[in-house]
Design a protein around this ligand. Structure first.
Ligand code: 13P
Ligand code: 13P
Ligand code: MG
Ligand code: MG
Length: 364
């Protein structure tokens, strides 16, 4: 019987500012998931936080895009928002962009990643949670995991991985998708995924077995709202071992804190710092952006875990590097390339300021 892992996530209010989630909100998420397990909607469910975002990690047998499950997650965010309003948390209901639920949570604000699988003899999975960054940020780490033999030794030396992986890439602005086969189409793939604000890897498939290896949330808040309302702080699910990269190969890309979009007001580039759950509270200039890795073994759909995978001294150098890069980028203040380029600023003050100044420009 196939199972589905669904991670549906939203920022429904920050404590303090955008830095963290209040424990009452997280408790509420946990209670709602426990009720859903009791009622039989879910096999298992856990709520976790990265910065000010709540990630509902749900295991079930209802497949992807299940209306009842999406509605349940939406309702949990709506009722959680009531608590956020009572506590006057910052940006209560920030990511809930629709007035009422309508069939599928996609396009309504919350981010989602869903992966259907037939559980193997042993099924290790990693759930990544991001804050102060953006959908598309998993492009580079997914490329490293599934296409770079200098990262993933298994691409060279493990028969099950040697056929490579297929990458489903979404054009976020034009709502189109395309599949590239790696390794033979790597150069074509990179032309697109090297621009993560425009193109995001939605899923990766093992070519040897046709199984989905990884999936990420690609929902873009600004494209839904038409203005800046907060960042799309993404999530990803990655299966490990066997026909997939090993756990350590999946975690290896994060030893480099690659530069991502996000940070203060979602309008800056900064290093993506891998941290433990306990250290995922971005405070310095609302950053630097964070990524947390929760490790699980699935056992008949039960989530055995999590293990807090970046709670490991071998990530200290990456964290130190991220701090050094932040120090350097911050010196640029409101200048590019710390501030995002103009076309990425179109959802902030730029249109209003440009309109106000329009009549004052004259020919040179
Ligand atoms: P599907 O390919 O599953 O329809 O995903 C679309 C999507 O999630 C756009 O964000
Ligand atoms: P979030 O997207 O995490 O809410 O951050 C928004 C922001 O503006 C931070 O400065
Ligand atoms: Mg927020
Ligand atoms: Mg956030």
């Amino acid at each position: 019987m196939p199972q589905t892992l669904s991670v549906i996530k939203a920022d429904i209010g920050g404590w303090v500012g955008h830095t963290a989630m209040h424990p009452e909100i997280l408790d509420h998420g946990r209670e709602q998931l426990a009720l859903a397990v009791q009622s039989g909607l879910l096999i298992d469910g856990q709520a976790h936080a990265c910065g000010d975002d709540m990630f509902l990690v749900m295991s079930h047998d209802r497949g992807e895009d299940n209306t009842e499950l999406h509605q349940y997650a939406w309702d949990a965010f709506v009722s959680g928002t009531e608590i956020a309003k009572k506590l006057k948390l910052y940006g209560a209901g920030q990511d809930l962009l629709a007035d009422a639920f309508s069939g599928n949570i996609r396009g309504m604000g919350p981010g989602s990643a869903e992966l259907e699988l037939v559980e193997r003899q042993s099924e290790p999975v990693i759930v990544f949670m991001g804050d102060k960054t953006s959908s598309g940020s998993f492009n580079l780490p997914f490329y490293k995991m599934f296409a770079d033999p200098f990262n993933t030794a298994g691409l060279v030396i493990a028969e099950a991985l040697h056929q490579g992986f297929a990458f489903e890439v979404h054009d976020l602005k034009n709502h189109k998708k395309i599949v590239f086969n790696a390794p033979e189409e790597l150069y074509d793939l990179l032309v697109f995924i090297g621009s993560p604000a425009h193109y995001a890897i939605k899923r990766v498939v093992a070519r040897a077995t046709g199984e989905v290896a990884a999936v990420s949330s690609t929902d873009k808040l600004s494209l839904i709202a038409g203005r800046y309302v907060g960042k799309d702080d993404p999530t990803a699910i990655v299966r490990c071992q066997g026909a997939f990269p090993a756990v350590g190969e999946v975690l290896e890309p994060f030893t480099t804190p690659y530069i991502v979009e996000g940070f203060m007001r979602g309008s800056h580039y900064g290093p993506w710092m891998p941290t433990s759950v306990a250290e995922a509270h971005p405070a310095r200039f609302d950053g630097p952006p964070r990524v947390v890795a929760l490790g699980f073994q699935l056992a008949n759909g039960k989530l055995i875990g999590p293990r807090d995978m970046f709670d490991d001294p071998s990530y200290n150098n990456a964290r130190q590097k991220a701090n050094d890069i932040s120090d350097f980028l911050r010196l640029h203040g409101p200048f590019e390339p710390h501030r995002l380029p103009l076309d990425e600023m179109e959802y902030t003050t730029m249109p209003a300021v440009a309109a106000k100044m329009a009549s004052r420009w004259s020919e040179i």
